[in-house]
Design a protein around this ligand. Structure first.
Ligand SMILES: *Cc1c(COP(=O)(O)O)cnc(C)c1O
Length: 331
């Protein structure tokens, strides 16, 4: 079974729109990170199953029950809180997250051992899944992958039978031995390459365009933008485009990013500012570089991964940083 991860507002693309489309395509189980995200998704989609990765913080168990959300239990305190809720309000499913090498969320080895030694700690709690998360699945040759798989299999054997889940996007590409009963892709659904060292098997799902506001001729010796970081070394044409770091074009794209205009690759020159970037469009025929023309920030010739590489980050950060000012269309 494939569950869809739609945390962080569907990786910045709109959790409700994304989940609605995936539910229409047959997806039945969704993961979010936070309780509030689960509540918002529940209101929009009453019939799907929603699991919340960040777990049950003290005092929140009744909210999970009220909105029919499945908590991912990350420590023995959360296990106890859910056991109490199940005792008081009737059994409701939860997932159990084991830490097999990430040291982030999930039961550490000692807490797993406590459950193995005293299965009554899970009494009355229907286990929807036992899960863990891989630290290095984007590097297929990393030895921690096999080690986490081994630890996960050992841990599972010590627990009541339940569907198992280990793989997120990159883990799925490690092969069928990693799939178990449930996989949890996020970024792959959004077209980002889960294993950047090899060609992307996923199709790009987003396009991002911004408008040219002004085009100007600049002479040799002039500088462009804040800090005068770009020195014009030959007569050039600069297009000012209406998107900046407030829209998620990270400031690290200053003098490093690029875009596509009329099929030509053009470079970001000068610093990215809050609302604007400046592009050197000298190589583009003037009829194409006009106020109102759309520049492709992400498109077939310049992917989310390309933009991420230019910014010195990963596609996840590019998507989740996308600002709220874009006019968004879901097809
Ligand atoms: C975010 C997350 C996922 C999805 O990860 P991707 O790399 O985007 O596929 C799956 N499982 C857990 C526990 C996560 O935190």
């Amino acid at each position: 079974m494939t569950a869809a991860v739609v945390k962080a507002d569907g990786y910045g693309l709109g959790a409700i729109e994304v989940a609605s489309a995936l539910a229409a395509a047959g997806c039945r189980l969704f993961f979010v990170a936070q309780l509030d995200e689960g509540v918002a998704l529940r209101v929009a989609l009453p019939a799907i199953e929603i699991a919340v990765l960040n777990g049950v913080l003290p005092g929140t168990a009744p909210d999970f029950a009220a909105h029919d959300l499945v908590p991912v239990l990350n420590d023995l305190g959360q296990v106890a809180a859910w056991r109490k809720l199940c005792r008081d309000a009737g059994p409701r499913p939860a997932m159990l997250h084991l830490d097999t090498g990430m040291a982030r969320l999930g039961l550490p080895a000692a807490e797993l051992a406590a459950i193995a030694a005293d299965p009554a700690l899970l009494d009355g709690v229907p286990l929807r899944a036992v899960m863990s998360h891989l630290a290095c699945a984007d590097e297929p040759a990393h030895p921690l992958n096999a080690e986490q798989l081994r630890r996960f299999q050992v841990a599972r054997a010590a627990l009541p039978a339940a569907p198992a889940s280990l793989a997120a996007s990159s883990g799925i590409l490690l092969g069928p031995g990693w799939h178990f009963e449930l996989v949890r892709p996020g970024v792959a659904l959004y077209g980002v390459n889960p294993q950047p060292a090899t060609p992307n098997p996923m199709a790009q799902v987003i396009a991002l365009k911004a408008k040219i506001l002004q085009v100007r001729d600049v002479d040799r010796g002039m500088t462009v933008g804040y800090g005068a970081t770009h020195l014009v070394d030959r007569p050039s044409r600069i297009a000012t485009v209406a998107a900046g770091y407030a829209d998620g074009l990270l400031r690290s794209l200053s003098n490093r990013g690029s875009a596509v205009l009329g099929g030509h690759r053009v470079s970001v020159v000068g610093r990215v500012s809050m609302d604007l970037i400046t592009l050197d469009v000298s190589s583009v025929e003037p009829a194409l570089a006009q106020p109102g023309a759309l520049v492709d920030l992400v498109g077939p010739g310049h992917t989310v991964d390309d933009l991420a590489a230019e910014a010195g980050t990963i596609g996840y950060e590019i998507l989740t940083a996308l600002g709220r000012r874009y006019h968004r269309v879901w097809r």
